[in-house]
Design a protein around this ligand. Structure first.
Ligand SMILES: [Fe+2]
Length: 222
């Protein structure tokens, strides 16, 4: 791991301890379901601890802050840690009543709430699903209500497409541990009314992504 590029945007003992645990656990488990099972307990403890995440990363940015995230609706996605191409830890802050775009993740993950409550709607694609842009049909699956301490596993393609709405009077804050630099990889967002899919890079509020070539303006999608 010595040559892997790591970036701590939030650098404290608790984050370093958690990242060490994730690395050790990942080394010991090749299969994603087994890895996620082994990470459940440490992730739950991270959600329960309330002193490691500073106010900045559990709030919406101030009005004059240049929010670089493209989640829309004044949503903040704060990057806390990433390991090039492999891992990211971030906090997602969604204002009361605001819904995220319907989106996928394309990576394994654990996502859990540490403040507020959320309504979550899962979907799956019911067309061939091979195009990144253009027509796409989704079917609504189950819904879920989540409160502080609740978390779920992402194992694509299962449960990979969803939207999240904050149902509390305070912004919801969720912690995302994902097996990719999820804010900067090209993913998909869906328009349910128009049956359309588009390429989507959510970005991070506090960190600029290098725009992948396939998403650069002027690139021809064919
Ligand atoms: Fe999500």
């Amino acid at each position: 791991m010595a040559d892997t590029r790591e970036e701590f945007y939030l650098d404290n003992e608790r984050v370093r301890e958690f990242v060490d645990t994730v690395e050790r656990t990942a080394d010991a488990h090749e299969e994603i379901p087994a890895l996620l099972t082994a990470l459940r307990e440490p992730f739950e403890r991270l959600l329960e601890d309330d002193d490691w995440l500073p106010d900045l990363y559990r709030n919406l940015p101030s009005e004059d802050y240049d929010n670089k995230s493209d989640m829309g609706g004044d949503i903040a996605q704060w990057l806390l840690y990433r390991q090039e191409g492999k891992l990211s830890l971030s906090s997602l802050v969604v204002p009361p009543g605001v819904e995220t775009p319907v989106h996928d993740h394309l990576a394994w993950g654990l996502v859990g709430l540490c403040q507020g409550s959320q309504h979550e709607q899962f979907y799956r694609r019911v067309d061939a699903g091979e195009n990144d842009t253009g027509q796409a049909r989704l079917e609504a699956l189950e819904t879920q209500e989540a409160g502080p301490g609740d978390f779920y596993e992402l194992i694509p393609p299962e449960n990979d497409i969803h939207s999240v709405t904050t149902t509390s009077e305070v912004p919801s804050v969720s912690i995302h541990l994902l097996g990719a630099d999820v804010g900067c990889i090209p993913r998909h967002a869906f328009d349910l009314d128009a049956d359309l899919v588009r390429q989507f890079q959510s970005g991070y509020t506090n960190v600029e992504c290098e725009t992948p070539e396939a998403m650069a303006p002027g690139h021809n999608h064919d």
